[in-house]
Design a protein around this ligand. Structure first.
Ligand SMILES: Nc1nc2c(c(=O)[nH]1)N[C@H]1C(S)=C(S)[C@@H](COP(=O)(O)OP(=O)(O)OC[C@H]3O[C@@H](n4cnc5c(=O)[nH]c(N)nc54)[C@H](O)[C@@H]3O)O[C@H]1N2
Ligand SMILES: Nc1nc2c(c(=O)[nH]1)N[C@H]1C(S)=C(S)[C@@H](COP(=O)(O)OP(=O)(O)OC[C@H]3O[C@@H](n4cnc5c(=O)[nH]c(N)nc54)[C@H](O)[C@@H]3O)O[C@H]1N2
Ligand code: SF4
Ligand SMILES: [Mo]
Length: 718
């Protein structure tokens, strides 16, 4: 590829923007070339190509190729908007920020600072995520800050912390994948969700690896499986018990690894005595033979890697389900060496960095704990405040919505999320947000949540905003701004600084650039588990990306392999944890006979706010649907492509049916990319994993009825 200087006009009319995809956790680097359109059909044409980078090796998927379409969309919000007489009208920044400040002061005065809630996101840069945590605690003085990553990475993070002593998505390098002789993909649809990683897996297959996919559906990922465990939703913890049982029975264990590198083996061993394979088969809806075959494939392979994602994790027992897969990794000693390890496939662009630097309710930067006195002293020192001034821990994202509903929280400041669509039990969330005295949303589009806001603050998009993001490998990458901020839009971080100034806290928020904030983040994370101290903008420019932990600037941050010699617990050992096999909280009955799960499609991203604005992506799926087996459709008298109403104990939504034989007969699947009447979360359960507070998104029971029958009944009534 020709080296072209970023943003340089090569021809007079041609602009080259070197950037990074705003969507998933691979964070593919790309070049956007903008030229005036000679056909006269539009003002500019854009051509996109992948740029070499260690993760995607220059590949891009369809979302990355079309991301510029939303960034350059005419629908971008370009001025602050304020609701007056139920209408959003443009106002100046001064008016918007003054109004927010004055309402914050009134609410704090009347109800205390904890009546102010802050809600962040995993798309925000490290700099903004860090600053949002600091803004909440130092400028507002509230304990209530959390973010959408609670719905994304909390179960895997909790499992990693408990088992290994640290949570960094991949414990191995992507380049280890082709070296593995067996790969387990549990509840992860890489082919649609991280498509540019697929060649790592096809290479592994070419090298002779056996691929095991655990998914209730025959996904594009399952198409490459040698063994597909088409599990009943919500039973992965039980399935892992079955796999472990076989590993124990066949003595496919690494006893020297167990003795030297782990603790808690005896408890797991005695727990295994109580596990019966036939019970596991019954719970999971699988045959004993296929469970046995998968366990043997994993155990006998010299090198193996297990990956999990939201299919396993978005359950009310998500974190223990992951821990049970980690029991398999530890019992076989398949970690810390080439071709081995575990990976939680991180979701959002900065889903990794976003969970490390303090936008989580119980956390301070560097993965420090807000309840640990030494951590509080250290971070308070960096921030120039007294440790006692730091609030204590708050509550998780959905619990914050419950507090809003109970009017404990009176104002919500949302930056980088569309919670009214992405929270479980969306009807309650909508009702909650309606009751707020002040809802502020910082976004580039009129999302469903922004529509409800009293004040909307226009922000810059990925092309315009400099900052670092940490990809699914734990590699920190610098994305530099290549285009000017359109209209009056501002960077997230500068909005936080301006608001802090209005609140009289400017002395704590003196930054001229994202780099200034990063340099403070480096200090604040120093000595923590996620130590970024040794990472500088200059290094990131020079080296292309640096893995954390990186405690010093001369540290070779390009290793990526974790736990070669020790784990991160004080005794250096990883911890086994016996997990009970149980059924999900909701099981099908006569009234709600089907299990509903949900997830993603290739062309859309999360609640779809950005991808629906891209004509090329929107055209691929213009509306939502429910996928069901043909036998299920027959039973419920549903035809392909007709409108149906899906109802759970929480609520209903309406979508078209899509009939396929690539799903279990007892299960239906609905994508999560649409709001309003098509929002799957109107029916999902708000039950949370008691430990990490991950909602049980992936398993609720529903009934489905064709809308045509419903209207017939209505007519009969009339
Ligand atoms: N195209 C696209 N890519 C994305 C995103 C996007 O919105 N669109 N979002 C990004 C983000 S934030 C995330 S978190 C990741 C998510 O990435 P994934 O977790 O891979 O995506 P999902 O589709 O939510 O779920 C994965 C699979 O889990 C299966 N599944 C459902 N229930 C169960 C179960 O009980 N057990 C098992 N074993 N499997 C189950 C589903 O059928 C689905 O195929 O993707 C990232 N990449
Ligand atoms: N049923 C069901 N529900 C789910 C899931 C599921 O699998 N099933 N998955 C969950 C998961 S894993 C996730 S990650 C969540 C995500 O769900 P959300 O948090 O709602 O994420 P997005 O839809 O990406 O919304 C992000 C919003 O922020 C805006 N935005 C983008 N970039 C920036 C930025 O840099 N700054 C600011 N200020 N705004 C920005 C976008 O325009 C968009 O309006 O959904 C969760 N909800
Ligand atoms: S969506 Fe993910 S895989 Fe696709 S181009 Fe963007 S970062 Fe790469
Ligand atoms: Mo996510």
């Amino acid at each position: 590829m020709q080296p072209i200087n970023k943003s340089s006009a090569v021809k007079d009319s041609l602009v080259v923007l070197d950037t990074q995809c705003p969507f998933c956790s691979v964070q593919c680097k790309m070049r956007v070339v903008k030229e005036p359109d000679t056909t006269g059909a539009r003002r500019f044409t854009y051509s996109i190509e992948g740029l070499p980078n260690a993760a995607s090796e220059g590949r891009l998927c369809v979302k990355g190729r079309n991301a510029h379409q939303h960034a350059t969309s005419r629908d971008r919000i370009l001025q602050p908007l304020m609701k007056k007489n139920d209408q959003h009208v443009p106002v100046t920044w001064e008016e918007a920020l003054d109004a927010i400040e004055s309402k914050f002061q009134t609410i704090t005065h009347k109800h205390g600072a904890d009546a102010l809630g802050v809600y962040g996101g995993g798309s925000l840069t490290n700099e903004t995520a860090y600053l949002l945590g600091k803004f909440s605690r130092v400028a507002l003085g509230t304990r209530y800050v959390d973010y959408n990553g609670r719905f994304c990475m909390s179960a895997a993070a909790s499992a990693g912390n408990k088992t290994f002593g640290v949570d960094r998505g991949l414990t191995c390098r992507l380049s280890d994948i082709p070296l593995a002789r067996c790969i387990v993909l549990a509840g992860t649809n890489i082919a649609e969700c991280q498509p540019t990683l697929m060649p790592y897996f096809t290479k592994a297959k070419e090298n002779g690896a056996i691929i095991i996919v655990i998914d209730p559906r025959i996904t594009a990922t399952a198409d490459m499986a040698d063994i597909h465990l088409q599990v009943k939703p919500g039973t992965d913890a039980a399935l892992a018990n079955g796999l472990l049982k076989v590993l124990f029975e066949e003595n496919l264990l690494d006893h020297s690894f167990i003795a030297n590198r782990t603790s808690g083996y005896e408890q797991l061993k005695s727990h295994m005595d109580s596990v019966l394979l036939e019970e596991v088969a019954e719970l999971t809806g699988l045959k004993e033979a296929v469970i046995r075959k998968a366990a043997l494939a994993y155990g006998l392979a010299e090198t193996s890697i297990i990956f999990t994602a939201r299919g396993v994790e978005q359950q009310t027992d998500g974190h223990v389900a992951v821990r049970n897969f980690l029991n398999m990794v530890l019992a076989t000693g398949k970690i810390g060496k080439p071709g081995c390890g575990y990976g939680a496939i991180t979701g959002q662009g900065n889903g990794q960095g976003g969970r490390e630097h303090g936008q989580k309710s119980d956390q301070l930067p560097g993965y420090r704990s807000i309840e640990n006195e030494e951590d509080r002293r250290y971070v308070a020192g960096v921030w120039g405040i007294e440790p006692a001034e730091l609030p204590r821990k708050g509550v998780s994202a959905y619990e914050m919505m419950e507090l809003v509903h109970q009017q404990e929280i009176r104002s919500l400041f949302v930056m980088g999320s569309n919670p009214v669509v992405s929270n479980p039990n969306a009807n309650l969330v909508e009702e909650a947000l309606e009751s707020l005295e002040l809802l502020v949303v910082a976004d580039m589009f009129m999302s469903e949540t922004a529509r409800m806001a009293d004040i909307i603050l226009p922000i810059t998009a990925y092309l315009e905003n400099t900052g670092t993001l940490t990809n699914l490998e734990g590699r920190v990458l610098l994305r530099e701004s290549t285009a000017a901020a359109p209209g009056e839009s501002r960077h997230d971080w500068s909005i936080l600084c301006q608001l802090a100034e209005k609140l009289g806290k400017q002395c704590y928020f003196k930054y001229d650039s994202a780099q200034d904030i990063f340099d403070e983040l480096r200090l604040a994370s120093r000595g923590g588990l996620a130590d970024y101290y040794g990472i500088t903008y200059e290094r990131l420019r020079r080296e292309g990306g640096v893995y954390w932990p990186c405690p010093s600037t001369d540290e070779n941050g390009n290793q990526g392999m974790m736990f070669e010699h020790e784990f991160a617990h004080p005794d250096g050992k990883a911890k086994f944890f016996p997990v009970n096999s149980k059924l999900p909280q909701e099981i099908p009955n006569e009234q709600y006979p089907l299990i509903m799960t949900n997830g993603r499609v290739l062309a859309h991203y999360l609640t779809g706010v950005q991808t629906h604005k891209s004509p090329s992506l929107a055209a691929r799926n213009i509306e939502n649907y429910v996928e069901m087996h043909s036998a299920t459709a027959r039973k419920h008298r549903i035809e392909d492509g007709e409108w149906v109403e899906v109802t759970s104990r929480r609520g209903s939504f309406s979508v078209r049916s899509r009939i396929t034989d690539k799903i279990r007969e007892d299960t239906v699947f609905v994508p999560m990319h649409w709001g309003g009447l098509q929002n799957v979360n109107k029916a999902t359960s708000p039950e949370l994993d008691p430990d990490c507070k991950m909602p049980g998104f992936k398993t609720s029971t529903v009934h489905i009825a064709p809308l045509r029958l419903k209207s017939l009944k209505l007519e009969q009534l009339l």
